[in-house]
Design a binder for this molecule. Structure first.
Ligand SMILES: [Zn+2]
Length: 389
């Protein structure tokens, strides 16, 4: 009966560190003598303007190569222009290091002062959110350029896992939205990226928190699908949630068949996955509710919680917060629970969940290999439970 539970049986025991942002994502030591043995595998410092100066800007092709479907956001381009200007006026070169596009050196000191002043001068909180997001994203794109693979967000030459990821078609009645915090954009152990790697950007669409161009695309899709077809996967005690069974069980398929006859209305089920650390997720959920309120004028955004979520995650990582924050696992759980409902059992959602699970296993292996190569323990205790994919 529960054939879909296959998705919850991971193929081999996975190391518990795998989703710790701190243990995997921490920047390499700045002192090159700190770990001579493994120094070659550590992230090198990168200069943003290694190419011609004009190339420091972000082209549409580069922007969309990272997995987004929008034009290059205007404010991201503004930040890039400001960074270039700062380079020219201060004669200090933009250098990035570690993972996540962190500025370094003298340029960092100057840029810190400048961006803090700009941030303080912004009047309202909306402008501050947008500036924060644009700056984070601009730095991450510039710092990751030619270093990370654009598709899998792993170091291109050492760890790219793309050849091992199998693509799959998601049932067209479902569309996922990865509502991603800017600090999770281009993070190597982010698992939300796996959704569009496997299903494609039209079935799993990235929406960056605080980027108006992205949020507008998402709002327009919601408007098109209608209020009854937008759900957020978010298990928070402050949010009213329904189980998959209660939301999509008995009688739901009648609704699908009936509504598909209504002209000019798309009845795709939109599922929003909050893709950020647990500590950021409450603010992200609030903003998501504001987005939907601006479409329908109602505060209420229906949420789905997974019945099987926790047990899935215990196999991977003991932290209680993990099941609520590992994005790919949430999508696997949702597809598997839907598969168990008669209304959804003929769409092959179990196979689609399996394809995503396979990609998750590939990512975990790639991260494990990377960590071993860097001479780090794979059994180290996780100290920062909140920093998960
Ligand atoms: Zn790759």
């Amino acid at each position: 009966m529960f054939s879909a539970t296959r998705a919850f049986t991971f193929k081999f025991p996975l190391p518990s560190f795998a989703f710790s942002a701190k243990t995997l994502m921490e920047s390499p030591p700045r002192n090159p003598k700190a770990n001579v043995f493994n120094s070659s595998s550590r992230s090198p410092s990168r200069k943003a303007d290694a190419r011609d100066t004009d190339d420091v800007s972000i082209t549409l092709q580069e922007w969309q190569g990272w997995g987004t479907i929008s034009l290059v956001p205007a404010k991201v381009l503004e930040v890039v222009e400001d960074l270039k200007l700062l380079e020219r006026t201060n004669d200090a070169q933009m250098t990035f290091g570690g993972n996540g596009g962190k500025l370094q050196g003298e340029f960092k000191i100057q840029e810190d002062k400048k961006h803090r002043a700009t941030y303080e001068a912004l009047g309202d909180s909306e402008k501050k959110i947008q500036f924060f997001a644009a700056r984070q994203i601009a730095c991450r794109v510039l710092g990751s350029r030619d270093y990370l693979c654009q598709k899998c967000w792993l170091p291109l030459e050492e760890d790219c896992m793309c050849s091992r990821v199998k693509h799959s078609s998601l049932w067209p009645g479902i569309r996922f939205w990865l509502y991603m915090h800017p600090k999770d954009f281009l993070r190597q152990n982010n698992t939300g990226k796996l959704l569009w790697q496997v299903f494609g950007v039209q079935s799993a669409t990235l929406c960056l928190f605080g980027i108006p161009e992205h949020e507008e695309i998402m709002r327009n899709a919601f408007k098109f699908s209608g209020k009854d077809n937008v759900w957020c996967l978010y298990a928070n005690k402050n949010a009213v949630t329904k189980s998959v069974h209660d939301a999509f069980g008995q009688g739901f398929s009648d609704g699908i068949e009936h509504s598909s006859t209504v002209k000019n209305e798309d009845k795709t089920l939109n599922f929003v996955l909050i893709d950020g650390t647990w500590s950021n997720s409450a603010a992200m959920f609030r903003r998501l509710k504001e987005q939907t309120k601006s479409v329908w004028g109602e505060e209420d955004l229906p949420c789905i919680s997974l019945a099987t979520g926790a047990s899935t995650m215990h196999k991977l990582r003991p932290q209680p917060s993990w099941d609520r924050t590992c994005t790919a696992a949430a999508a696997i759980g949702l597809l598997s629970e839907l598969q168990c409902l008669p209304e959804f059992c003929s769409y092959g959602l179990d196979k689609q969940a399996e394809a995503l699970e396979d990609a998750l296993v590939v990512l975990l292996e790639a991260l494990t290999t990377r960590r071993l190569r860097m001479g780090r323990s794979i059994t180290r205790k996780v100290r920062h439970a909140s920093n998960v994919c």
